[in-house]
Design a protein around this ligand. Structure first.
Ligand code: ARG
Length: 399
């Protein structure tokens, strides 16, 4: 058997041309691997056949939707993960999963290198290659667009010359990446960060300005994982899919962000992640109800570090696993129900209850049921203020 490259294949122009391009440049056979992470585009069988028609020696399709939801999205939900406080890591989460399957497929089908269709300017090249080498350090990575001068124009020319079965007619002005956790859109007129997004960009969400009567939904969590929606048992994947529908209808989760890429560039991206935003809002509030104060505060810092690590391609790293262990430990009591109101772009928590709740009505109330001993507060404040008092005495009274 001659040497083989396993290519992460999307079915689009670049990776379709990439098959022949890689073969010509390296002399190796190309195995195409397409992966379903809930991107909801073309039929995966059509994509599989297209790779063969474009010259792949083998073509595999992997349905990884459940794995993506269980092993990638759920940890992100438990971490309330948002890069720069706003971006729920849509693309960043799918890359380590795809990379893992690239490495496993290479193992299984005799590949000694892997390939992907990323450019040399983005985060995804780093995520793919860092993850691949964390799983199998002997594999080499190759990127035809970055390493073998495969430009868009050359790709179009090549496809026409070789009669490749890919539609080139309606070239989208945007670069889009999507999966069940959300959708990312960049380039085109969006590259001017002063240009506002247009309605045309969105597919997962309806216009939040078109206000509809509110919907209410009750999400039940067990140890940080959504297990029921409105009383019906659901899997993690179903939770995300259902919330995409319910929250998407109200325009929840539209994000317009100038973000700091790993390679140092600032870039502007439009995201829509209705299910992600609704679920994170709900989960975070259940933590507020059930999590001990210091754990809750400390976790907020861990969450931000977790999001940075995942954004920067370090999914399979020692620090990320260690933070996962901490986060999992914090979820032991994050069980209960959250009521969300969905309307006009917002997913707002309007109710929460849990048998693990640390909210004590008798301590919190201002009614006659009050059991809190306010006399304790006086001495507490004396001690609490002691360091400031001492320091104030040293620098004298402000004039
Ligand atoms: N900026 C996002 C990230 O680095 C999304 C990358 C893919 N975006 C795209 N529109 N193709 O995670």
């Amino acid at each position: 058997m001659s040497e083989r490259i396993v290519l992460a294949y999307s079915g689009g122009l670049d990776t379709s041309v990439g098959i022949g391009w890689l073969k010509k440049a390296t002399g190796k056979e190309v195995v195409a691997m397409a992966i379903d992470v809930g991107q909801d585009g073309e039929d995966m069988d059509v994509i599989r056949q297209r790779a063969l028609d474009c010259g792949a020696v083998e073509s595999v399709v992997i349905d990884a939707k459940e794995e993506f939801a269980n092993d990638y999205i759920m940890p992100a939900l438990k971490a309330n993960a948002m890069y720069q406080k706003r971006y729920p890591l849509v693309s960043a989460l799918s890359r380590p999963l795809i990379a893992k399957h690239l490495a496993l497929t290479a193992n299984r089908l005799g590949g000694n290198s892997v390939a992907h269709g990323c450019t040399g300017k983005g985060n995804d090249q780093v995520r793919f290659e860092a993850a691949v080498s964390a799983i199998n350090p002997d594999l080499t990575s190759i990127a035809p667009i970055r390493d073998l001068a495969l430009t868009r124009d050359k790709a179009i020319e090549y496809a026409a010359e070789h009669n490749l079965p890919i539609a080139q007619s309606k070239k989208s002005p945007y670069s889009v990446d999507q999966n069940v956790w959300g959708r990312a859109v960049e380039t085109g007129f969006l590259e001017d960060p002063w240009n506002g997004p247009i309605e045309d960009l969105y597919e997962y969400t309806q216009d939040p300005a078109d206000v509809k009567p509110a919907d209410e939904v009750i999400i039940k969590f067990d140890q940080g994982i959504p297990v029921e929606i409105d009383g019906k048992s659901i899997t993690p994947l179903q939770a995300v899919e259902i919330m995409n529908q319910l929250a998407g209808k109200h325009g929840v989760g539209r994000i317009d962000l100038v973000e700091d890429r790993l390679v140092g560039i600032k870039s502007r991206e439009i995201y829509e992640a209705p299910g992600a935003i609704a679920l994170i809002n709900a989960h975070e509030e259940l933590e507020n109800l059930t999590m001990e104060r210091d754990v809750n505060r400390f976790k907020r810092g861990v969450e931000s570090r977790w999001a940075d690590l995942v954004y920067e391609g370090l999914w399979f790293s020692e620090l990320k696993s260690a933070l996962d262990a901490f986060i999992d430990h914090t979820q032991r009591h994050v069980s209960g129900e959250i009521r969300l109101k969905l309307q006009a772009g917002h997913a707002s928590v309007t109710g929460r209850r849990s048998d693990q709740s640390l909210y004590d009505y008798n301590l919190a109330t201002y009614d006659s049921d009050d059991s809190f001993d306010s006399s304790l507060a006086k001495g507490f404040i004396e001690l609490w203020s002691m360091p400031s008092k001492l320091s104030a005495k040293r620098h004298g009274i402000e004039k």
